[in-house]
Design a protein around this ligand. Sequence first.
Ligand code: ADP
Ligand code: AMP
Length: 214
Amino acid sequence: MKLLIMGRPGAGKGTQAVNIREYYNIPHISTGDIFRANLKGQTKLGLLAKTYMDKGLLVPDSVTIDLVKDRLSQPDCKEGFLLDGFPRNLEQAKALDEFLKSRNESLDAVLDIDVKPEVLIDRIVGRRVCPTCGATFHIKNNPPKVEGVCDKCGGKLIQRNDDTYETAENRLKVYDNQTAPLLDYYKNQHLLKTVNGDQDFAKVFEDIKKVLTK
Ligand code: ADP
Ligand code: AMP
């Protein structure tokens, strides 16, 4: 399975990616997670990415595209992968197509988790993540059993730096201007599979499995 998961910021990509990764046994590659891991390690890439992430802007293609190509060249991606947060503009999508073509590979499907914009700010601002194991919670929709503590590993939950009201608004604008046009791009390639992400967590995953087995 070679998959992309798309959707507005806060749509539930990372949440569903964990289910998909376990169900299909494929690596989950999130460019946002890669940038955050680099920032945690204080690498040059992480410090550069931070200057864009904090403003809700896209990290330049010159950095992002090579990063993804390197990751997809790793042996664990040979049989499949789930890309989350990439591509985010037409240049990235074209670069991905060319890269896969050069390896005689292609995508099997592009999942679009569709959520109406009104609920997204609340989802983003209420998100809490575990920096230790990567689990995602929400203060109202999916609270941890003990406030501030990860159910899975006991780590201390944090709020992402870019999960503020102002940055979230910017990220939604960037999505509309730069990322949304990719839905037509993949629709024209007959790859797009849209799922209603405005439902209970488990129901969203049921629908994902349904559209992927069709
Ligand atoms: P994305 O990766 O698309 O930015 P996340 O998976 O991190 O989004 O989800 C954003 C927030 O919304 C998280 O706090 C998550 O717990 C919550 N969330 C995800 N899916 C749902 C859902 N189906 N219903 C309600 N809240 C959800
Ligand atoms: P995410 O974790 O997907 O919400 O991404 C968080 C931030 O990382 C984005 O707002 C961007 O600043 C940056 N980012 C993640 N993926 C990409 C990408 N494919 N291209 C450019 N910037 C990205």
